[in-house]
Design a protein around this ligand. Structure first.
Ligand SMILES: Nc1nc2c(ncn2[C@@H]2O[C@H](COP(=O)(O)OP(=O)(O)OP(=O)(O)O)[C@@H](O)[C@H]2O)c(=O)[nH]1
Ligand SMILES: [Mg+2]
Length: 250
């Protein structure tokens, strides 16, 4: 599934949605909400939000579900982001709230650690405009050399295991950067916490939504990780098995 997206020849429109000649809706950056969980990310948040602003010409809405005790929420507000305060309860609790908060038709998730390339937002939007329901950033396609080796191996194994259980090859189940049509995130009940990222790929795929993996670069993290690799890895493995079985016998 992981191939570069065919250039459609149509640049995403910057303004909000317009109909093309076939009557299909063509989304622009004004239709986009970029959402993230933020937990003590003051080393990265300024860069991440400035990148989103620059790439989308200030048109994308940004939503941060924040559990920080540092200056992260102040910096987010200075950049015009909407900040939803939440006690820190883990990645998935924050990101579930973040994906369900916006009213805009396209929701993009990212981490607030400067690892994901916001330069790829136009390509993600282009793939949605080409008809995909979910566009998933595949970090492993280009090697993800900046990812800690243990995490890289774990992420490859998660993708392999999920592929076997789903009967469909996927390459990166745990990526934090994806675009979703809002109806996808609203029509499914999300149950996982650390494993939410895998769940957000597996359930739509197993329900027949059009999902596309799009290769992305992955940069070294700014600031401290919020994930314990062993404990987090075990939780993700458990989520993958549980979610695949639930979807298979649904
Ligand atoms: N609000 C909130 N955000 C969280 C929580 N846990 C993690 N996050 C955020 O979720 C995102 C993902 O966490 P990361 O620490 O980047 O986890 P990771 O991507 O698996 O690991 P590395 O990027 O390699 O450190 C980051 O933006 C965190 O700030 C939480 O309990 N509450
Ligand atoms: Mg991260």
């Amino acid at each position: 599934m992981s191939e570069a997206i065919e250039p459609s020849g149509v640049e995403p429109t910057i303004e909000s949605s317009e109909s093309d000649t076939d009557g299909n809706e063509e989304y622009g950056f004004g239709d986009l909400s970029v959402v993230m969980g933020t937990y003590n990310e003051e080393a990265a948040i300024g860069t991440v939000l400035a990148d989103i602003e620059r790439i989308t010409d200030g048109k994308a809405e940004v939503v941060c579900v924040d559990g920080s005790s540092d200056r992260t929420p102040e910096i987010a507000r200075e950049h015009g982001a909407r900040v939803i305060e939440q006690e820190p309860q883990g990645y998935g609790v924050a990101v579930r709230e973040a994906i369900l908060a916006p009213d805009r038709p396209i929701v993009v998730t990212t981490d607030c650690d400067d690892t994901y390339p916001m330069e790829q937002l136009p390509k993600f939007l282009e793939a949605i405009n080409a008809g995909y329901d979910v566009v998933s950033g595949d970090r492993l396609y280009h090697g993800a050399e900046t990812m800690p080796g243990f995490n890289r191996l774990g992420n490859r194994l998660f993708a392999l295991g999920a592929s076997v259980l789903m009967g469909e090859r996927v390459h990166d189940t745990t990526t934090g950067m994806r675009a979703y049509r809002r109806e996808v995130v609203e029509s499914i009940e999300w149950t996982e916490n650390t494993g939410l990222s895998a769940e957000l790929l597996i359930r739509p795929l197993m329900r027949g939504y059009d999902v596309r993996e799009h290769p992305i670069d992955y940069a070294e993290r700014l600031g401290e990780t919020k994930l314990d690799p062993i404990e987090g890895g075990a939780a993700i493995a458990k989520s993958i098995v549980k979610v695949c079985l639930e979807e298979r016998f649904r």
